[in-house]
Every structure is written in C-alpha cells, then in structure tokens.
Design a protein around this ligand. Structure first.
Ligand SMILES: Cc1cc2nc3c(=O)[nH]c(=O)nc-3n(C[C@H](O)[C@H](O)[C@H](O)COP(=O)(O)O)c2cc1C
Ligand SMILES: [Fe+2]
Ligand SMILES: [Fe+2]
Length: 386
C-alpha cells in the first residue's frame, strides 16, 4: 500500500484490511476496515498519529520508509490494539522516538504493551507539540471509545484526528464521497461502537465543534472533507433523536413465536409505523445495531428452550442492554411448551436497560385467534402517543 499525501507534510500511512470480517469477536465487517495512521512532518520534528493492528507492522514501516522521515513522536490517541498494537515494534525501530498520550493512556500502554514509562510523555487538553511550522494540539476525549481516548488537532492545516470517533468500518476509498453508502456505514459503526457512550460522545462533539475544521481524519474509514456532514449526523445520534420506527429481533424454532411477531409487525405496518425485522440466527448484528441508533421501540421474540429464553434471543437482548440504544419502549413475544421460563429471563435482562416494557405476550403452544388480537393490541400500546 502506498502512502497518500492529504496536505503538504500530512501523509496517510495506514493500512487497509479488505478481508477482515469480524471485529472484537462481535462486530461484522462487510466492507473490511482500515487502520488509518497519519504522519505529520514539521521542519524539525515528525509525529506519527496512531498506528495499526498487530500483523500490519511491516506495512506501516514500509509506508514510513516511503515518506522517508522517521517519526520523532508517536501519538497514541487510543490504546486499543487496532491503533496501538504496532507501537512496541515502532519504539524498537525508532529508539529516540517519544510516545505521547493521555495520563490514562500511559497506564494502558504499560498494562497492554509493557511500554516503559521513560519512553512516554503525557499530554492533556490544551497541550501542544511544535514540530516546526506544524503544531499539534491535544484534547482529552474520554470514552470515545475507552477511558484514555484523546483527540489530536493540527492547527495550521485545521485537521482533527479523533481516532475511533467519527469513523466507519470500511476499507473503501480515501475520502467520504467515494463511498456511496458512507452514511449507512457510519451509522452502523456508531451503533456498534459509540452508541453506548452517547453522553461522552456529546462532550467529544463539543470539543470538535470548538475547533476550526477543514478535514476530519479518523482512524477507521474515510477522511471527511465536509466536517459538518458527519458532525450533524453525530449531533442527532449522540442526542438520541429517534424516529417512529420499531426494531424487531426474534428467533423461532417451530413458528409459534414467529407468527406472533408477524402479527405484531403487520399491525405496526397498518399503523404506518416503520419496522425493521431481524430473524436472529442469520442476522447481521451490525445492521441491527444500525437500526437501534434511531428506533423508538424494540421488540424481542423468542421461545422457551430448556427452561429459559432461546440463546439467540438472549444474545440479542444482552446486546440491546450493552449498546444502550435511545429507544423508549420494548415488547416481548414468546411461546412455551410446558413450564416456560423465556419471559422471566428476558425480563431479567431487559431490567438492566432504560426501556419501559410495554407488554409481554406469552402463549402456551401455537398462537390462536385471541393471541393475534393481543399482538395487535400490543402494537398499539407500544406506539401510543407517537
Ligand atoms: C429444544 C427445545 C427445548 C425446549 N425446552 C422447553 C422448556 O424447557 N420449557 C418449555 O416450556 N418449553 C420448551 N420447549 C417448547 C417450546 O418452548 C415450544 O414448542 C414453543 O411453542 C416453541 O416456539 P417456536 O415455535 O417459536 O419455536 C422446547 C422446545 C425445543 C425445541
Ligand atoms: Fe477502539
Ligand atoms: Fe478502532
């Protein structure tokens, strides 16, 4: 992979991982991803901003050699291995280089990569690094995505390097307008990675908005030449602005739960409500996360299996709990053969969320006429006041 000069003295030196299909053992990556690293050259110093995933160290080093100026500083905006995994190798390769990171970042560099404290300088909001005609300015931006995260801003060129924040998982393109479906990719990424941190995201957004921005260069996905486009989407997403839309995730072994789900979905469609349905075992969880970004309600369907909620539905419920979507209400549809147990377990999981449980429809065996009526009634309760 060749390097790309974004501006004079500012080079993209990252790698594209076209074939990667799973992230964090959790997030599907239909378009692969990129680990963007940037080299900023001043007249007397040179800073590398973020690095790459383990396994791509040689590609990064070859990109640095292609630019021909060894880094005097390595900025670690985030300690997660997809951006910091190459740091030990780079510190070995460039023995005089200093690692710059937040106070928490220093602890994590030690814990994750055994980086000796004497190689590290800590920076916080307002600190700067002068490279000679290029000035890096740092801001703490905790919890977008981990507690140590920070932003780096290049004053002269007005470029923000926010690491994971404002990114997208896609190996395609250099700039946002090269991705036809960029907004969908960015929303999906937000749902998977940033949605649990919406409050922190709002604070980070404020930090970004206080800067004069020409380019935003995140560490996954394309560079934004129109900063306002991504910032305005993030304003809505971090605030949790929802649409009259219901996301339905369900699993059914023999069709009982499925028939209840379809009755409820039909009633919602009749009301003119937008619905997204995810039959669980074969669902792309990234799409589910994307729809949760602005859904106003969530429906979970799953039968009893071995005294509890079907594990596929339990997984979806746990995911909803972990991702903290802004939805207000939930409904539960379930069927059992003898003792039941699914409803109890689903309620336990959903108790850990802010979702108001609008209703539970539990059927012994296959649904009959009265259950379809109840499903339609539940659709109305779920959306009352919309
Ligand atoms: C593998 C398996 C395990 C089950 N375990 C239980 C159980 O522990 N308790 C119970 O009440 N029903 C149990 N059932 C019965 C189902 O909950 C019941 O058939 C239900 O109607 C299935 O809904 P579905 O058609 O949506 O899959 C089990 C069914 C299967 C296939
Ligand atoms: Fe991360
Ligand atoms: Fe990342």
């Amino acid at each position: 992979m060749a390097t790309i000069q974004l501006e004079p003295g500012v080079h993209w030196v990252g790698v594209k991982d076209w074939g990667r299909r799973l992230f964090d053992g959790l997030i599907p990556l239909p378009q692969g991803t990129s680990y963007n690293a940037y080299l900023v050259r001043g007249t007397h110093s040179c800073a590398l901003i973020d690095t790459v995933n383990p396994g791509f160290e040689e590609a990064l080093l070859s990109n640095l050699r292609a630019v021909g100026v060894p880094p005097t500083h390595i900025v670690m905006n985030h300690a997660e291995p997809d951006h910091a995994g190459a740091i030990p190798r780079l510190l070995g390769e460039f023995p005089d280089a200093r690692l710059l990171t937040s106070v928490k970042g220093k602890e994590m560099a030690h814990a994750l990569y055994s980086i000796p404290d004497e190689r590290v300088d800590t920076v916080g909001t307002g600190d700067t690094l002068e490279l000679g005609g290029k000035t890096l300015q740092f801001s703490d931006a905790p919890f977008v995505h981990w507690p140590e995260t920070m932003f780096t801003y290049l004053r002269e060129e007005k470029i923000l390097f926010p690491c994971d924040f404002l990114g997208a998982h896609s190996a395609v393109g250099v700039y946002t307008d090269e991705l036809e479906d960029w907004e969908a990719a960015a929303k999906r990424y937000f749902g998977e990675i940033m949605m649990p941190f919406r409050k922190a995201g709002q604070r980070a957004l404020q930090t970004a908005e206080e800067l004069d921005l020409r380019l935003i260069a995140p560490s996954h996905g394309p560079v934004h030449q129109d900063p306002e486009r991504v910032l305005s989407l993030y304003r809505r997403w971090t605030e949790g602005v929802t649409e009259p839309k219901v996301t339905v995730a369900y699993v059914s072994m023999w069709g009982a739960t499925e028939r209840l789900v379809l009755a409820l979905v039909h009633a919602l469609l009749e009301q003119g409500v937008s619905v997204r349905v995810f039959p669980l075992p074969q669902t792309d969880l990234g799409e589910l996360a994307k729809e949760l970004v602005d859904s106003r309600a969530v429906v979970l369907g799953g039968p009893t299996v071995l005294g509890g909620l079907h594990p596929a539905a339990a997984y979806a419920a746990l995911l909803v709990r972990a991702l903290k979507p802004p939805a207000e209400r939930a409904a539960l549809l379930t069927s059992y053969g003898w003792g039941g147990g699914a409803a109890r377990q689903a309620e336990e999981i959903l108790q850990g969320t802010k979702l108001e449980l609008a209703g539970v429809l539990e059927v012994h065996g296959a649904p009959r006429a009265e259950h379809y009526t109840q499903a339609a009634e539940l659709a109305a309760t779920l959306t009352r006041g919309w």
